[in-house]
Each structure stands twice: as C-alpha cells, then as structure tokens.
Design a protein around this ligand. Structure first.
Ligand code: SF4
Length: 130
C-alpha cells in the first residue's frame, strides 16, 4: 500500500511531514530528537491508528467526534497552522491529496474488518477527548 491508495498511510505521512517542518523551524531538531514534537507526533499518530472511521474518515477538522483531548488539539492545530502553508512547496503530492481528502465533510461507513479491534462495536461517542 502507498500514500496514493491508502488514506491512513497518507494521513500518517502528512502528520510526520508537518511536525517535521514545525520542529526544524522552531527547535532546529529532527522530531526523533525533540521531546515536545515527538509527543505531539506520537499522540496524533495514535489517534489516527485508533480512529473508528479509518479509510472512511473525514479530516480531523470536520470530524463529529473530535477524539483529541483539548490540550493536544491546540498543540496539533498550532503545528498544522504553521506547517500547512509550507508543505505545498516541499511536498506537493501530499498537499494535493490533503486538499482532496479534506473535501469529505462527513465520515462514510467502511467494512468492520478494516476497523482497529480496540474500538470495534463501541459507540464512537465514547472516544471523545480520549
Ligand atoms: S476520530 Fe475524528 S478526530 Fe479522531 S482521528 Fe478519527 S477523524 Fe480524527
């Protein structure tokens, strides 16, 4: 699977790229050497991994659940706001897909076999602010 065919992989890659741009500019580090940015990146990747919508997800911005806890939501927004405009030149393909993916305004249902086990059968409302 690749970023061209797998939305989850594409979103994970986008998160890594955005946190990387932010960290290099603000801390002059690679994310793996930065405690603050590693924490943000790992949190976002963890949320993505356990997203109940998986391939049917919206952008997190349009999500009816908003599973991020408020403090981390603010941190991730700060990173996205900074890195979003800077991503276009360095990663044009990811940027184009990001805009295309962002056009989905509501989650669509997907096969239960693609959902992560941890949340199968649970009400997504329970995930709020996890
Ligand atoms: S539940 Fe919503 S906010 Fe959480 S990862 Fe999935 S789409 Fe994003």
């Amino acid at each position: 699977m690749s970023i061209f065919t797998n939305r989850m992989q594409r979103e994970a890659e986008t998160i890594k790229v955005m946190v990387g741009i932010y960290c290099r500019h603000h801390h002059e580090l690679n994310v793996s050497d930065c405690h603050e940015c590693s924490k943000i990146q790992n949190y976002a990747l963890d949320r993505l991994h356990y997203c109940p919508y998986q391939e049917g997800k919206t952008s997190c911005n349009n999500c009816p659940i908003h599973c991020y806890k408020p403090s981390m939501k603010d941190e991730v927004k700060k990173v996205m706001r900074f890195s979003g405009p800077r991503m276009a030149l360095r990663h044009p393909i990811l940027t184009i897909f990001h805009f295309i993916d962002d056009r989905r305004k509501e989650p669509v249902s997907i096969s239960s076999s693609t959902k992560p086990k941890r949340y199968s059968g649970e009400n997504p409302e329970k995930m709020k602010n996890a």
